[in-house]
Design a protein around this ligand. Structure first.
Ligand SMILES: Cc1cc2nc3c(=O)[nH]c(=O)nc-3n(C[C@H](O)[C@H](O)[C@H](O)COP(=O)(O)OP(=O)(O)OC[C@H]3O[C@@H](n4cnc5c(N)ncnc54)[C@H](O)[C@@H]3O)c2cc1C
Length: 461
């Protein structure tokens, strides 16, 4: 049987290679370290954790990444097995001894009879006789390969920095203060004239907000990241520093909007949030890409009227990254529409985080192995954490064509990506959110078991 080629032995590539070999399909894993290093990796181990040693919350009932852990365990994940075996104390989080973890992943793949590891950089498009390839080269994909990918996807389709605006759970926005309206009630393609959620600021609130943005603590760039700012995509605090009126004439302009709660009073400035996913559960803060520290974002953004109780599915950031405009470029099984022998996995597809990257590697590996074995590919249900994350990457995001950064940006797994429950949770107040998360988790694990049962290839090997 011809091997499946996996390029990149990070979190996603290692998991993908393991899944392929576990299905009885030979796999050739091409990892460039130590022949060529990235700016962030320090070792030659597979699945090196480049920064924190945490896989975040391990609470499968109340946290979407904890749920993703559990699903991966049930699907025979190598990353989770090695993570569990190298756990260090970290409260409710799953943190690992990074060297022990990476050594365990490396050893498992080196000793698998169907896996071969080659230490080499793939510096261009994979050769044509590689009929099934998974590209999992991550946020620091080597420049030569990135250029080759860009040549087939188009220049705009592969980004080298992210510019992440915070995303808010729709049901945490106070609509007694905020309101739905598009500027000048414009319908636009596919719009209703009431597509944005608007949060009004009076003059004093605006002035205080600008002061807070300027004074807020920011995250520094690494030396090797350089400063990626370009006009049209400036962080919100950099715009605030340029002049007190800059935001009011930019993303916070109040024109063409009338507050139905106080129609006589013209807001001095308006923060707009735009629908981010097809489910309508998530809204992003338009123009709010930022380098503010996460704690500062929570404090400052919750001072915006209407967002005082906001729950954030994603906080903002700007980082060196490499990621595709996946909803436009990839099919439902992560293959490049323009060249289906190439499949993508990991952070390059537009997910974010060690665990999410490994989970997408798990799916890509299973899809590639199933294809090689001539099996029909059955996607994970969208109600599972794997299905919800895959759906974000391949089609769940709502594209917006406006000036500024591309609207598809990297995302961690979160409950806002899951289809809402058929029956609303009736409990009131503080008990409602945990009850909802627990119900979404229970549904996910039930549907995962059903998927595994009806599709035996999905079961743990
Ligand atoms: C500086 C930095 C810090 C981060 N910190 C965290 C964090 O604390 N927590 C978190 O959850 N996420 C973090 N991330 C985000 C991300 O989840 C991780 O980068 C994660 O490792 C991504 O997994 P991956 O498999 O997609 O890529 P990687 O794990 O980076 O793996 C890609 C692999 O491909 C190899 N490669 C690249 N180009 C080629 C080529 N042409 N040929 C052959 N091999 C190639 C690389 O050497 C690397 O081993 C961070 C990212 C960066 C850049």
């Amino acid at each position: 049987m011809k091997p499946v080629h996996v390029i990149g032995g990070g979190l996603a590539g290692s998991e993908a290679a393991w899944q392929i070999a576990s299905r009885g399909v030979p796999v050739l894993l091409h990892e460039m370290r130590p022949v060529r290093m990235t700016d962030a990796h320090k070792t030659e181990s597979l699945a090196e954790l480049v920064c924190s040693n945490s896989f975040r919350s391990d609470d499968r009932e109340n946290n979407a990444v904890g749920l993703l852990h559990e699903e991966m365990r049930r699907l025979g994940s190598l990353v989770m097995r090695c993570g569990d075996r190298n756990q260090v104390p970290a409260g409710g989080a799953l943190a690992v001894d990074r060297d022990g973890f990476a050594a365990a992943v490396t050893h498992a793949l080196e000793s698998h009879p169907l896996a071969e590891i080659r230490r080499e950089e793939i510096g261009g498009l994979p050769s044509e006789d590689w009929d099934s390839v998974i590209i999992a080269t991550g946020p620091l994909t080597s420049p030569a390969l990135a250029r080759a990918i860009q040549a087939i996807t188009g220049e705009e389709a592969l980004a080298f920095f992210d510019a992440i605006a915070p995303i808010v759970h729709r049901d945490s926005i106070d609509l007694a203060t905020a309101w739905f309206q598009s500027r000048y009630d414009k319908r636009g393609p596919g719009g209703t004239g009431a597509d944005y959620i608007n949060c009004p600021l009076g003059r004093d609130e605006y002035e205080a907000f600008v002061d807070a943005l300027i004074a807020g603590e920011k995250v520094a760039f690494h030396d090797w990241e350089a400063t990626p700012y370009f006009e049209g995509c400036l962080p919100v605090e950099v715009m605030a520093e340029r002049g007190r009126e800059t935001l009011r004439h930019g993303p916070l302009k109040p024109f063409g909007l009338t507050d139905p709660h106080a129609p006589q009073r013209k807001p001095y400035a308006v923060v707009q949030l735009r629908q981010d996913n097809r489910l309508g559960t998530l809204f992003n803060m338009v123009g709010f890409q930022t380098k503010l520290k996460h704690g500062e974002q929570l404090r400052i953004f919750r001072s915006i009227p209407g967002l005082q109780n906001a729950e954030f599915a994603r906080l903002g950031g700007v980082h060196r990254n490499t990621f595709l405009n996946s909803p436009k470029l990839l099919d439902a099984t992560l293959r490049l529409n323009a060249m289906p022998r190439l499949r993508f996995a990991g952070q390059i597809t537009g997910c974010e985080g060690y665990v999410e990257s490994a989970a997408i590697g798990l799916l890509a590996g299973r899809f590639a192995a199933g294809e090689r074995l001539g099996e029909p590919i059955v996607l994970p249900p969208p109600t599972t954490a794997h299905g919800a994350l895959l759906n974000h990457i391949t089609g769940g995001h709502v594209d917006a064509i406006e000036a500024g950064p591309r609207s598809f940006q990297p995302m961690n797994v979160n409950f806002g990506l899951f289809p809402p429950l058929a029956e609303g949770i009736r409990r009131a107040g503080a008990a409602r959110t945990p009850a909802k998360k627990q119900a979404l988790s229970a549904r996910a694990l039930g549907d995962l078991e059903h998927w595994i049962g009806s599709h035996p290839a999905a079961a743990a090997e």
